[in-house]
Design a protein around this ligand. Structure first.
Ligand code: B12
Length: 215
C-alpha cells in the first residue's frame, strides 16, 4: 500500500482542502481507491480516539464525517473501474437490505458498504439511519432480501441489532435471511450476542461474506 501519511495527517488535522486535493492527486497517480478509503477510515478512527481523550469535540466529529463524504464522491467513480471492486453491470446476484439500527445515526460506513455491495453485483436497498427493528423486518420482507446488513457504531447499537435477529426468529424467518453486522465496534463477542451470521469492520470483507452466501 502506498504511503498515504500526508493524507492521514491532513484528515486528522481537519485540513479538508488539502485532504481532498491529496485524494485527487493520489487517484491521478494510480493509488488504488481502496487504499485511499482505508486511509480515511484509519484517520477517522484516530479522530475518534482524540474525541475520547477530549482533545476533539463534536464539531471535529461532524467535520470528519463531512470530509469523508466529500472524499467518497471523488473516489466513487474510480471504484467502478477498480478490479478489486469488479462485478458491475451483470445480473444481480441477490438482494441486500441495509440500515443503520435504531438510536444510531452514523451512516458513512453503511453508505460505503452499500456502494461496494452494489458495485459487486448485489441489488441494494438502503433504508437509512435510526431504523427500528420492526421497520427493518417489514422492509426486508417487502424487498425479498436475502441478506440484512445492519450498521452500528455505538455500543448502544448492539441491542437494536439483537432485536432484529430475535424478531426474525419469532417470525420463523431466521433461516431464510442472513444477517451481517458492520461497524468499528463489531467483534466475535458482539456477533454472538446479537445472533448475527457474521460481523465485519471492513466493507470489502462484508462483500466477500455476501458473495459466499449468495453463490
Ligand atoms: C464521524 C463520526 C460521527 C458523525 C457521524 C456522521 C455520519 N453521517 O455518519 C457524528 C458527528 C454525527 C457523530 C455523532 C456521534 N458520535 Co460518532 N463518530 C464518528 C467517527 C469519528 C467516525 C465514524 C466513521 O464514519 N468512520 C469511518 C467509516 C468508513 O468506518 P465504519 O463506520 O467503521 O465503516 C466501515 C466498516 O465498519 C464497514 N461497515 C460499517 N457498517 C457496515 C454495515 C455492513 C452491513 C457492512 C457489510 C459493512 C459495514 O464498512 C465501512 C468501510 O470499510 C467515530 C470514530 C470511529 N472510531 O469510528 C465516532 C464514534 C463512532 N462516535 C461516537 C460517539 C460517542 C458519538 C456521539 C454519541 C457523540 C455525542 N456525544 O453526541 C454521537 C451519536 C449520534 C448517534 N445517535 O448516532 C463514539 C462511539 C463510542 C461508543 N462506544 O458507543 C465513536 C467511536 C468515537 C469515540 N471513540 O468515542 N459521530
Amino acid at each position: 500500500m502506498a504511503d498515504l501519511k500526508e493524507l492521514f495527517t491532513a484528515v486528522v488535522e481537519m485540513q479538508e482542502d488539502t485532504a481532498l486535493e491529496l485524494t485527487q492527486k493520489y487517484l491521478d497517480e494510480g493509488v488504488p481507491a481502496l487504499d485511499i478509503f482505508n486511509c480515511y477510515q484509519d484517520a477517522l478512527a484516530e479522530i475518534g480516539k482524540r474525541f475520547e481523550k477530549q482533545l476533539y469535540f463534536i464539531p471535529e466529529l461532524i467535520m470528519s464525517g463531512e470530509m469523508m463524504k466529500a472524499a467518497s464522491e471523488i473516489i466513487k467513480p474510480h471504484l467502478t473501474d477498480d478490479s478489486s471492486a469488479g462485478g458491475g453491470g451483470q445480473a444481480k446476484l441477490g438482494k441486500v437490505l441495509m440500515a443503520t439500527v435504531e438510536g444510531d445515526i452514523h451512516d458513512i460506513g453503511k453508505n460505503i458498504a452499500s456502494m461496494m455491495l452494489d458495485l459487486n453485483g448485489m441489488e441494494v436497498k438502503d433504508i437509512g439511519v435510526d431504523v427500528p427493528a420492526d421497520k427493518i423486518i417489514d422492509e426486508a420482507k417487502a424487498f425479498g432480501a436475502d441478506v440484512i446488513g445492519l450498521s452500528g457504531l455505538l455500543t448502544l447499537a448492539f441491542d437494536p441489532m439483537k432485536a432484529v435477529v430475535d424478531k426474525l426468529q419469532e417470525q420463523g424467518m431466521r433461516d431464510k435471511i442472513k444477517v451481517l453486522i458492520g461497524g468499528g465496534q463489531m467483534d466475535e463477542q458482539v456477533c454472538k450476542y446479537v445472533g448475527a451470521d457474521a460481523f465485519v469492520t471492513d466493507a470489502v470483507v462484508g462483500v466477500n461474506y455476501v458473495k459466499g452466501w449468495l453463490s
